[in-house]
Design a protein. Sequence first.
Length: 96
Amino acid sequence: MLQVLSGDTHTVITSVCIKTADTTEVFSSATEVTFTNLNRETIEFYIDKYKPFDKAGAYGIQEWIGQIGISKITGCYNTVVGFPTQLFYTKLLSYV
């Protein structure tokens, strides 16, 4: 998976559902992530050291690979981590 993402841009989409007794609201946030070209040694080091087997997309942006391998993100960092906090907060305000 990391070899496929290497040197390319992909889109991460995280969806959220807010359910109350009266309504259900589903929304999502999309962020584009661009990886530099990752060599085999770098990918193998990351896999051996960080064991990203439970990560969607085979990486954690908050881990070492995100710091050295991602050259650009367009959108919300927290969406890539796994929860679009700012968007969620904005949506929650409409329920107050």
